[in-house]
Write a protein that binds this ligand. Structure first.
Ligand SMILES: C[S@@+](CC[C@H](N)C(=O)[O-])C[C@H]1O[C@@H](n2cnc3c(N)ncnc32)[C@H](O)[C@@H]1O
Length: 723
């Protein structure tokens, strides 16, 4: 519904050239009659004078609403589609056109209340005339396009039914008598627990597709990337709003957007619209008349400006439209008050969905031209006709407006997902990227870790052999740097094989904390080390070491150990970030031992990642098997092939999985189409020079205290100390 007029958006409808039905659509006929009668029922408690007056430019007289929705049927259905239809009064095009430029000039909106002619009786006669015409039209078999236009006209009239209540409340609130529209009318009520529901995010589908009916602004169905988020299970209450007010919410600029603060000053806002301070507390004007503000009911009649300020005050934020919509569609049972209490402001501007195309013809004016400067509201209000809204529905108003039934629901960011949710998030975002990729850390499930151990034994894979030999020869020198009682923290410890060289040379180590994302690998390795080094305290940590080291705290005497050239899997910038984090965790006395692979001839490099036995290929493909197993994917492993290439520009060996044919893969209900030859980039192994690596270490606050280089094919071990 749009404030700048009165009606909405446009439906998606098929061309009129589609064949007509064989018989009249009786269901549509019945819907037409009951919906038109409902509009009159809404006006029934109102006197002709009530229906004449316009309380402000944004609102319209009830009489005008009743005529305008009728004009819609006359203009878009009866004139073009009912042969012999006689126009009721040609002047009404000018009087009751809302804002269709294509239909011609119109009476100015702020002056609608001045239209004392036609009288209310005249408008009711106009309605009866058009209803008779519609009865004839709907009594014949109709094409799909015409039926869709009728459905649109009915949805349009439902929006005006809500506007009738919205506008009459504004009128009655201006009256010193504070009349009740309906003294028995139920007001929005309490619900929910006040807690927040966690949603994992990922790539989700929002918008409207091929469903029964949707306004054009809801289309098309499209994908959106959501970070993990939290959404409140209920609306913000009057009690909470009063706390905001009592804390000086309306007087403290720090919570308000600049335009919002200007509005607060200019209009002297100090409470929601319709609130009045009485001796016994706050009262508010409602459709049931003036009543004490009910503490646990949702706050209503607040602008976007106020909603955003409240969220800032409470340290939260408004949900985006996509967050709200996804939560409503995916977890409908988890939230109270999503529909049918008050509309809920979102943080999203009302702009076209990607791929949006306005409906053609005059009706196409309804949505597209309002897509600037307004904010989206989701849900539905008590005043919204039942069944009118849906998760994809987009209501929109200007950020300062507050006469409509609008409140808010809070949201916040959630911590990044962990475990299987993080895996799903990375897979869905990686496969949706323009250059598809999967982070290498997800190689290491039980099968992947076992395959990596086999790679280490392949003749072409020199890094493990060379690094092991180098560590064996320098272990006494490294051990001499390790203080007594220190803890060795190993990042990406895998099978903890090389670790033994250090443990043997440095019996002064008191504890060992292997940190690895592969639960099976770290558990087996830690058990074996604990058995073979009974004096050592062994505390394994299953974690993504870029995020946490579990309980391994920042204490004195921590020695970091990062062999296996795993640091080569990080881009230079990410490697700096990682080393900076390690620096922070190890503290000022920390030592960091890092294994790196050195740049060398291309043949040696590519052979290492293309072993003749095909173990690296199996390791690479295993990530697809893991996606199938853990995320219900349907990758055909015979449709992809392992590729490892040297990227000279980037200084890295890249592993890819190449699609051998055009194919579509489904993971967690998302579809990904591959053309032949398209690849998923699964791993980078940067090859460093000692100078280049030293520069990275320095950016992260480290100094290279010593380095050792193996025989060819050369790898290096570097001892870093805080700069
Ligand atoms: C190349 S292997 C090296 C294993 C062992 N350090 C070695 O030198 O033989 C990489 C290891 O790091 C682990 N790993 C990779 N990325 C990780 C991450 N982000 N967090 C924790 N472990 C990770 C893998 O599970 C695997 O065990």
């Amino acid at each position: 519904m749009t404030p700048s007029d009165d009606a909405p958006a446009l439906a998606v409808f098929a061309p009129n050239s589609l064949p007509a039905q064989a018989s009249p659509d009786l269901a549509l006929q019945a819907r037409y009659q009951s919906l038109r009668a409902a509009s009159l029922a809404l006006a029934a408690p109102l006197s002709p004078e009530d229906q004449q007056v316009q309380s402000m430019p944004d609102a319209s007289p009830v009489k005008w609403h009743l005529a305008h929705v009728t004009w819609f049927f006359e203009t878009f259905l009866l004139k073009p589609w009912l042969p012999d239809y006689e126009v009721f009064d040609p002047n009404y095009v000018y009087l009751f056109n809302s804002y269709y430029e294509a239909v011609g000039a119109r009476h100015p909106r702020p002056a609608r209340g001045l239209l004392t002619r036609p009288s209310l009786a005249g408008v009711l006669a106009y309605r009866a005339h058009v209803d008779a015409g519609m009865c004839r039209l709907l009594g014949a078999p109709l094409g799909r396009g015409v039926r869709d236009l009728v459905t649109l006209g009915l949805a349009h009239e439902e929006q005006h039914q809500e506007l009738i209540l919205t506008d009459i409340l504004n009128l009655f609130a201006a009256s010193p008598l504070k009349p009740a529209y309906d003294a028995g009318r139920r007001q929005p009520s309490a619900g929910g627990t006040g807690g927040f529901v966690d949603l994992p995010g990922g790539i989700v589908r929002v918008g409207a597709g091929d469903q029964d009916f949707a306004f054009d602004n809801e289309t098309p169905l499209h994908e959106v990337l959501l970070r993990p988020y939290r959404l409140a299970d209920r609306l913000v209450t009057n009690r909470e709003w009063q706390a905001f007010m009592e804390d000086g919410g309306y007087r403290r600029h720090e919570f308000w957007l600049s335009d919002a603060w200007a509005r607060v000053q200019a209009e002297g806002w100090e409470a929601p619209l319709y609130w009045e301070r009485h001796d016994d507390g706050w009262w508010a004007m409602t459709l049931a008349g003036l009543a004490p503000v009910e503490a646990d009911a949702p706050v209503t009649h607040v602008s976007f400006f106020e909603a955003a300020a409240f969220a800032a005050w409470v340290g939260k934020r408004l949900p985006t439209e996509a967050e709200w919509e996804h939560a409503a569609a995916a977890r409908p049972g988890a939230f109270a008050q999503m529909f049918g209490e008050v509309w809920q402001w979102t943080a999203s501007a009302y702009t076209p969905h990607p791929g949006f195309a306005p409906a053609s013809g005059a009706v196409g004016e309804y949505n597209a031209k309002f897509m600037v400067g307004q904010m989206v509201l989701k849900g539905a209000a008590r005043a919204t006709p039942a069944g009118h809204s849906r998760p994809s529905y987009r209501n929109f108003f200007y950020p300062h407006q507050r006469w409509m039934f609008a409140g808010l629901r809070l949201a916040s960011d959630a911590p990044a997902a962990e475990g299987s949710e993080a895996f799903q998030f990375d897979v869905l975002t990686g496969l949706a990227a323009a250059r598809r990729r999967l982070p290498a850390k997800w190689f290491y499930d039980a099968a992947g870790s076992a395959l990596f151990e086999r790679i280490c034994a392949e003749p072409e894979y020199y890094p493990t052999r060379q690094e092991t030999a180098l560590l064996a020869s320098i272990a006494p020198e490294l051990a001499a740097c390790i203080p007594a009682g220190a803890t060795l923290v190993e990042l990406g410890s895998g099978a903890s094989v090389k670790t033994r060289l250090l443990l043997d040379a440095a019996p002064q180590l008191a504890a060992y904390a292997p940190v690895d994302i592969s639960e099976t690998a770290v558990a087996a390795a830690a058990a074996a080390i604990a058995r073979d080094y009974p004096a050592l305290r062994v505390s394994p940590v299953v974690a993504d070491f870029t995020r946490t080291w579990g309980a391994v705290g920042r204490t004195d005497g921590l020695v970091g150990f990062f062999p296996g050239s795993t640091i080569g899997n990080f881009t230079p910038d990410d490697a700096v970030e990682l080393m900076r984090g390690v620096h922070e965790r190890l503290g000022p006395g920390g030592l960091f031992i890092v294994g790196i692979d050195l740049a060398k001839d291309e043949a040696t490099l590519t052979a290492a990642y293309n072993d003749a036995a095909g173990v690296t290929a199996a390791f690479n493909l295993n990530i697809l098997a893991r996606i199938n197993r853990e995320l219900g994917g349907d990758f055909d492993l015979t449709g992809f092939a392992h590729r490892a290439v040297w990227n000279r520009m980037e200084g890295r060996v890249e592993m890819h999985l190449e699609s051998l044919r055009p194919q579509t893969v489904t993971v967690a209900r998302s579809h990904f189409s591959f053309v032949r030859g398209e690849t998923i980039h699964t791993e980078s192994s940067y090859k460093h020079t000692l100078e280049g690596f030293e520069a990275l270490a320095q950016r992260a606050g480290w100094r290279v205290a010593r380095s050792w280089t193996s025989a060819a094919p050369a790898v290096a071990v570097v001892l870093l100390t805080p700069a």
